[in-house]
Each structure stands twice: as C-alpha cells, then as structure tokens.
Design a protein around this ligand. Structure first.
Ligand SMILES: [Zn+2]
Length: 202
C-alpha cells in the first residue's frame, strides 16, 4: 500500500474525545475527534494498540488526561493530534510481533524525516526513544496552536467508510432513453427513419 494518498484539511470543530473501542487503546486515552476516522482506518489494517493520545489538561481547564510530563514541549500530544502505538500483542523486543507496525511506519514515512501528508511527524527507527520494540509515534499536520488547545484545522486523509453503511453512490443521471424506433426485429438499419436520435447516445 503506497502512502495515504490525497489529503484534505478538516476545519470541522474538534473536541477531545475518548478513543472508541474499535481502535484498541489503553483505558482513558483520548484524541482530537477529527483524527478518529483515520485511526479507525489504520486499526482496520494494522494491529495497533494506542498507548497514549492527548496528554495534559483538557482544553477549557478540565481534568488531566494521558501520561504526565512524558512528551516534549510543543508535542502534538498536547493538542490531541498524536498517538503512540505498539503492536496489540507485541512485546518489548523488536521481533515478529512488530513487523506490521514497521510496515505502518514505512507507509507513513517511506524515507526518514520525510513523512507523507497528512503526517507531521513519524517517530520510529532512527528517532531517539522510538522504534521497533519501543513505540511508533504518528502525528497529524495541523494549524499552529498553543498547547492544550484545539487546532483550527487538521490535515487528514479522506476515509470513505467510517463504520456506518456507506451511502450508495448515486448513478449519474442518464437522459431518458428515447423509445427505440419500431422496426424489423433485430434490425437497426434505418438511421434515416429515426429522426436523428442516436441509439448510442448514453
Ligand atoms: Zn508520541
């Protein structure tokens, strides 16, 4: 699978929300609601277990969520736009249980320090305190914002299927079919008689 593809900016108002059960995670973890669909998409394809999302006092002066003093100043965890990931049944050694997480890291950042949009920073092999056997950090590009606040916009990759029945794509409306001209069965030899209506117009 080659990268997340085209992305878009979400200006929808964000909220810090609990990570839903469809995305395996440590109890109590929360993120900005606008990256949930991307996380769910990832969780459907990679055996992820989120160990930390939002970290800090909730915007608006709420309670503390996530780990304490565990992320650097300016970390995207302080805006709910980063997650730390380990394999769901993995250990603390870089072994086979990490293979899929390494694939995910490579999908998000095929070459070191050049994360593909919408990712702002990918922490894995080659990044201190990250990597196979430790954890994968993914953060999403977003508007500049002070910590413990919600960003005005977040860059995400579009996800068509978000866990609800997809809307059937409306078929392009075809012009009403002209009545086939009466003619001999099996014969369409009489273009001259149909008044110029094309039989192949649709
Ligand atoms: Zn992190």
């Amino acid at each position: 699978m080659a990268g997340p593809g085209a992305t878009q900016l979400s200006f929808a108002p964000g909220r810090i929300v609990p990570i839903p059960a469809s995305i395996p995670h440590e109890a109590g973890d929360m993120v900005d609601s606008r990256i949930i669909a991307n996380l769910r998409w990832i969780a459907q394809r990679y055996p992820i277990y989120v160990t930390d999302g939002y970290s800090g006092k909730l915007p608006g002066g709420g309670e503390h969520v996530g780990c304490h003093g565990c992320h650097t100043t300016g970390s995207d965890h302080h805006n709910g736009l980063a997650v730390d990931i380990v394999p769901i049944n993995g250990g603390i050694r870089c072994d086979r249980t990490w293979t899929a997480i390494s694939r995910l890291a490579h999908w998000a950042e095929p070459s070191q320090n050049r994360p593909l949009p919408p990712f702002r920073w990918v922490g894995y092999n080659g990044d201190s305190g990250h990597g196979c056997g430790h954890h994968l950090h993914l953060s999403w590009e977003h508007a500049i914002v002070p910590q413990f606040r919600l960003a005005e916009w977040v860059e995400v990759f579009p996800v068509a299927f978000q866990g609800v029945a997809p809307k059937p794509q409306p078929k392009p409306k075809a012009a009403p079919k002209p009545k086939p001209p009466a003619g001999p069965p099996g014969g369409i030899s009489s273009a001259g008689r149909t008044g110029g209506v094309s039989l192949h117009g649709d």
